[in-house]
Ligand binder design. Structure first.
Ligand SMILES: *[C@@H]1O[C@H](CO)[C@@H](O)[C@H](O)[C@H]1NC(C)=O
Ligand SMILES: *[C@@H]1O[C@H](CO)[C@@H](O)[C@H](O)[C@H]1NC(C)=O
Ligand SMILES: *[C@@H]1O[C@H](CO)[C@@H](O)[C@H](O)[C@H]1NC(C)=O
Ligand SMILES: *[C@@H]1O[C@H](CO)[C@@H](O)[C@H](O)[C@H]1NC(C)=O
Ligand SMILES: *[C@@H]1O[C@H](CO)[C@@H](O)[C@H](O)[C@H]1NC(C)=O
Ligand SMILES: *[C@@H]1O[C@H](CO)[C@@H](O)[C@H](O)[C@H]1NC(C)=O
Ligand SMILES: *[C@@H]1O[C@H](CO)[C@@H](O)[C@H](O)[C@H]1NC(C)=O
Ligand SMILES: *[C@@H]1O[C@H](CO)[C@@H](O)[C@H](O)[C@H]1NC(C)=O
Ligand SMILES: *[C@@H]1O[C@H](CO)[C@@H](O)[C@H](O)[C@H]1NC(C)=O
Ligand SMILES: *[C@@H]1O[C@H](CO)[C@@H](O)[C@H](O)[C@H]1NC(C)=O
Ligand SMILES: *[C@@H]1O[C@H](CO)[C@@H](O)[C@H](O)[C@H]1NC(C)=O
Ligand SMILES: *[C@@H]1O[C@H](CO)[C@@H](O)[C@H](O)[C@H]1NC(C)=O
Length: 720
């Protein structure tokens, strides 16, 4: 196998690929861009992996928001993980340096100017691996900042390098939350810490050091924790612009963590003089109104008078509609008071994710998934309940927006044909394109929107369903290409017009397929009814929708060869491949790829997030009427006969690897051609770049062999 094909070589040698696995994985990866307070430049990071040298390079770069010119900031990205702008300045920065010469395992805080990064000054030595910097510049001139870290039960930040080595490796539990995602729970929990840098002391850390802002919160079932693991970060908390008030998220302390999703927003004074209190928890107006689920993204308005956030309704459903709310905040001698709780655009049938205030504090720019792309919307605080926001963006998916002083938006976006676009969207709707990775990155040369289409068809519930089509880059009219039918996970998720370094549909198409990605029942972004319809119906509506989609392709897409097609999916998508393997549609594919998918739903209580299965199968596993037995692919193994490639990783605690092993053992003992791929160091997803190259290479080797696009199977597998 030619593992290290150069970029030019791959294009010239085959004339076929716009993109190969090596190119996808070695292309620069850029973060979203954060504009400075005056809105003339923005900062982003870029990392790049070299297969040739097995090294990674990283840099902090500056984007000129007028010209789109990109320059290197000179700040070392290998030493600096996080940078924030200092409010009240044009180019002042505060950053976390990942090393600390005095405290092993600690980090340091530095103050500087992005124009002169070499003159930065160390202002604080932090004795644990703090991350998630947020900052306020106060009227006294002192800087107030928030960071987070794991903390001991007594509140002190936890530093693994300084912690005493335990004498045994036993883990003893007395409640149902033993591990989550890829991590076993310990006695330490994450907490938000506040610190002050004193202007009169060259921004040295105030003698009070860092305060754990979660200390003193009462609980009877679950300890408070912020950020909420495993994906929470600095968007789980905020500091008011005047530095006086903090807001953070914690899961409900009176419910257990495995069976409930509920989380609340706590507010309190930055100085720690009062214990923070949740304002949307039990007995609140929000709760009385039926809004009892997970909260997120608390954001103070620029004038400090309001706080906005989202919350879901159901306390054990993670894919309810995330609705936008705003409350008034005032800080006085009695502490922080919260009033005038108000839902914004409550009838908007989309889930809000990103939340950004307009500079005048009168409206919010939010992002929400809508018809297979993430778009930006504007919602005025004074809007009526019936208000339906207009789409501000189109075509590509918005990953983040930065609001500029004149209310223009700096949009960071992606799509199937670009790993990163930056553009400015002005208030009048005009766009100023600043940067597109495709056209700059040699690895992405040849990608474009010409390979991308969508179609709509009527699903099993009579609802119009969306599906994406991605053609090979060298698509030739009147030729046919085998179908690669890819089912998304979730199941409350979507196939969207967005970039991915894990499942990149253009990469699959460029092997010589037409990729079709359906968005069946359960999908998000098409209204809550479609999302909710999958409850208690894992194997019915979605399967029927996928069959109808396949029939549409067979009848209507003349350039697709459905006789030599392949089927693939991860997680719930992997469940669906296993369900299809046991049903009639399974006979229509030459090969199947299942990545960390559910095989035996009656063994699914080996997972950690029990709320998810309790919701989706409509009850606990021991309740009459729940549907674990009904929708079990295991019931249909008598029909399994299509060659199947099974991936299952060891650190997948969401769905333990025993499920993938059981599937492989069934396939092997039935004599069905099959391979099993395991990564001992990966979780539900594959992130290591060398691992991802092997993943793509071996999956393509498998599907290409069975679809007829490629030759013989390679000899990489471990045999007898
Ligand atoms: C790999 O290292 C060699 C020697 O230092 C250098 O010339 C080459 O540019 C590097 N390649 C990449 C892709 O970084
Ligand atoms: C804080 O903001 C003021 C203006 O409001 C500015 O003069 C000052 O330099 C800022 N502080 C820092 C440390 O950047
Ligand atoms: C980061 O800290 C180290 C010392 O721990 C220092 O040598 C290095 O210059 C610092 N880098 C930056 C960019 O602050
Ligand atoms: C908290 O507990 C840790 C671990 O036992 C200990 O190292 C630390 O000194 C304690 N902190 C306080 C303030 O007691
Ligand atoms: C700086 O001001 C603080 C009060 O904000 C005071 O406690 C401290 O002593 C002052 N430090 C210096 C070096 O003046
Ligand atoms: C915990 O406290 C809540 C009230 O906040 C109460 O409803 C619940 O029954 C308590 N749970 C336990 C296990 O004590
Ligand atoms: C989005 O773009 C498509 C295709 O370019 C166009 O047909 C459609 O009208 C646009 N929609 C909006 C809201 O701009
Ligand atoms: C494709 O087929 C159609 C109908 O047979 C024909 O009219 C057209 O010229 C063909 N296109 C190409 C590029 O061969
Ligand atoms: C969702 O379903 C409910 C109940 O069937 C129906 O009343 C409502 O109109 C539907 N909503 C939309 C947006 O289709
Ligand atoms: C093919 O497309 C037509 C027109 O959109 C549609 O009416 C028909 O139902 C499609 N065929 C299938 C099998 O879905
Ligand atoms: C879930 O179960 C309840 C009874 O426990 C039943 O009333 C309800 O219809 C079920 N939901 C679905 C979607 O089947
Ligand atoms: C096997 O598939 C056939 C139809 O394709 C179906 O009638 C039969 O019930 C299936 N058997 C099992 C065990 O699922």
């Amino acid at each position: 196998m030619a593992r290290f094909l150069g970029i030019a070589a791959a294009l010239v040698a085959t004339g076929a690929y716009a993109i190969t696995p090596e190119q996808l994985l070695s292309a620069p990866r850029r973060s979203t861009a954060t504009p400075n307070p005056s809105g003339d430049i923005a900062l982003f990071s870029v990392t790049e992996y070299s297969f040739e040298n097995q090294t990674r390079a990283a840099a902090w770069q500056l984007l000129d928001l007028k010209t789109g010119a990109i320059t290197d900031s000179g700040l070392s990205a290998s030493e600096v993980d996080e940078v924030v702008w200092l409010p009240g300045t044009d180019t002042g920065i505060l950053y976390i340096n990942g090393t600390n010469e005095d405290v092993p395992g600690g980090v340091t805080l530095w103050i500087g100017d992005i124009k002169k990064p070499s003159e930065s000054k160390l202002v604080a030595s932090l004795d644990a691996p703090f991350t998630g910097l947020r900052v306020a510049n106060t009227s006294s001139g002192n800087i107030h900042f928030l960071v987070n870290a794991l903390a001991y039960e007594n509140g002190t930040a936890y530093n693994a390098e300084l912690a005493p080595k335990p004498r045994h490796s036993g883990r003893l539990y007395e409640n149902i939350y033993t591990r989550h995602w890829d991590t076993w729970l310990t006695k330490q929990r994450y907490a938000v810490f506040g610190g002050s840098l004193l202007a009169n002391a060259s921004y040295g850390l105030a003698g009070t050091g860092l305060r754990n802002l979660l200390q003193g919160i009462e609980y009877n079932v679950t300890k408070p924790e912020s950020p909420v693991q495993p994906f929470g970060g600095s968007t789980d908390y905020d500091i008011s612009p005047d530095g006086s008030t903090v807001a953070f998220l914690s899961k409900a302390t009176h419910l257990n963590k495995a069976e409930f999703t509920a989380s609340y927003i706590y507010v309190g004074p930055f100085d720690g003089s009062k214990v923070p209190v949740a304002f949307n928890g039990p007995e609140s107006e929000a709760s009385a109104g039926g809004h009892k689920g997970a909260s997120g993204n608390p954001k103070f308005s620029p004038d400090g008078s309001k706080l906005s956030y989202f919350q879901l309704d159901g306390d054990y459903y993670e894919s309810d509609r995330a609705k936008l709310y705003v409350v008034d905040i005032s800080t006085g001698v009695g502490g922080v008071s919260v009033s005038n709780w108000k839902p914004l655009a409550p009838n908007f049938d989309r889930s809000v994710s990103g939340i950004n205030w307009a500079p005048d504090s009168k409206s919010l720019f939010v992002t929400a998934e809508d018809y297979a792309i993430v778009r930006a919307f504007n919602i005025p605080v004074a809007s009526e309940a019936s208000f339906v926001p207009e789409r501000l963006t189109n075509v590509t998916s918005v990953t983040d927006i930065g609001v500029l002083p004149d209310s223009s938006l700096l949009v960071s976006a992606t799509s199937i044909w670009t790993s990163r676009d930056f553009y400015v969207l002005k208030a009048d709707g005009t766009q100023n394109a600043l940067f597109s990775a495709t056209g700059v990155d040699a690895q992405l040369a040849g990608l474009g929107s010409h390979t991308y289409e969508e179609f709509f068809y009527t699903g099993s519930l009579g609802i119009e369903l969306n599906a994406l089509i991605i053609k090979p880059s060298n698509f030739v009219e009147n030729k046919t290409y085998p179908l690669a039918y890819i089912i998304h996970g979730g199941p409350q998720g979507s196939n969207a017009n967005a970039w991915s370094t894990r499942w990149n549909p253009q990469l699959w198409a460029d092997q010589g397929y037409v990729v079709v990605e359906p968005n069946p029942s359960g999908s998000t972004g098409f209204g809550q009814n479609l999302t909710d319809s999958i409850q208690a119906n894992w194997g019915s509506y979605p399967y029927e929708d996928i069959v109808l989609g396949w029939e549409y392709i067979k009848e209507n897409l003349s350039f697709v060869d459905t006789d030599n097609g392949i089927l693939a999916g991860a997680s719930y998508g992997g469940y669906m491949t296993n369900w299809i393997q046991g049903h009639a549609l399974g006979r229509e594919f030459k090969a199947i790829v299942t990545h960390d998918g559910v095989f035996n739903t009656e063994a699914i209580y080996g997972t950690e997030e029990l709320w998810f299965v309790n919701h989706d199968f409509n009850g606990t596993i021991y309740e009459e009427g729940s549907t674990y037995k009904k929708w079990n692919p295991f019931n249909h193994i008598a029909n399994f006969s299509t060659p199947q490639f099974v991936v299952h990783n060891t650190l997948d605690y969401r769905l333990p690897e025993s499920d993938g092993l059981a599937l492989f053992n069934v396939l092997q003992s039935k004599g069905i051609p099959s391979r099993f791929l395991n990564f001992p160091d990966e979780n539900h997803q594959v992130f290591g770049v060398e691992n991802a190259l092997f993943w793509n290479t071996e999956i393509f080797n498998w599907i290409n062999h069975y679809s007829g696009v490629g030759g013989a199977l390679d000899d990489e597998a471990i045999g007898v």
